[in-house]
Design a protein around this ligand. Sequence first.
Ligand code: PMP
Length: 391
Amino acid sequence: MHLKLDISDEFYSKKRPYHPSDKLLVGAGPSNCSARVLYTLSHEPVLLPGDEVFKIMVEFREMLKFVFQTTNEATLAIQNSGTGGIEATLTNTVDPGEKIIVGVMGFWGKRVADIAKTRQLDVVEIVPQFGPVFTLNELETAIIKHKPVLLYVTHGESSMGTVQTLEGLGDICHKYNCLLAVDAVVTLGAIPLYVDRWGIDIAVSSTQKAARSIPGLAYLTFSPKAVERMKNRKTVPPFYYNMLELFKVWNCFGVRSIYHYTYNSNLLAASKEGIAEIIEEGLLETWQKHEELNKRLWDGLEKLGLKFYIKNPEYRLHAVTSVELPPSVSFESFNNFLIERYQIYISFGIGPTSGTCFRIGIMGYNATAKLVDYMLEKINEALKYCQGEKL
Ligand code: PMP
């Protein structure tokens, strides 16, 4: 007997074909992608295992090393979103019962702690005491007090729109025999990130924010110290996330295996184009552009009378900004206006910004002056509409 597909008539009556780039994705991610990336996605997949996909991986790995600013051989992409990348780092480098510190600045830091607890790690959660982000001093004090094997911090906390200073943190961690792991899901390809120079042992990013592709891969890099730890772990990580096996698929250490699971070759090839766009533009130029354009956005929003969740611009992220809505404006009506009138998708607040803010992402392919100015115009319109002015 066949099961019937129970979907309303409305589903079938929707206009086809559906193309997501009709929408402007200016929330906390995913962001829009270039035609080049979308075109690359639209090819037939390649047969696995095979040399064609391996060729993509060889080039891709070198490109990822560059954007992470690292010489780590253990640099690769795995198949899942950023959350899976975080889970992979925790399950491969720390054994149950071992102590880690998680710096919780917002929703995403809390999530790292929650993932770690599912692995029965001994998790110490700390929150910043002197502002929205941590001082290096307070992180050092926590390391001295708790003696963790690993410190996990969020580089760009997109729930609030903050940036954590990392320069110097690696040296502090290493002084106490602690590894430094960083959630760079939003920051890779948006703001300065120097894995080697800053002594980061583990960094995780993903495809769909400033890295200019669609969701589906996590980018990971591990220092030799992190790999050493992985080799000496006492427990086995989940099969799908077994990094020592995946390093072989990516030929990280000159030992090649042809298969661990079927990679989505379209996604690999397209995401590689996204990273290529950053490299072609120049890493420094990309970072500078994100800074300039996000400041342009902030100036414009201030002129509209809006206020930011993070008051001090020094702590604000040049990628995702949390903006307070005036009390007279509900997120629902503001958001509906932008979607229904212009197909503009922003994000609602989450964690600390939930209920009071909207979040706007100027990053990756969407980081253009034209888009910033367009958004300011439409936000102004939406505010007027929500406050009852005739348009
Ligand atoms: N960390 C940060 C800072 C994020 O912004 C996000 C996604 N918004 C994640 C982790 C989780 O990534 P994903 O949704 O790709 O699983």
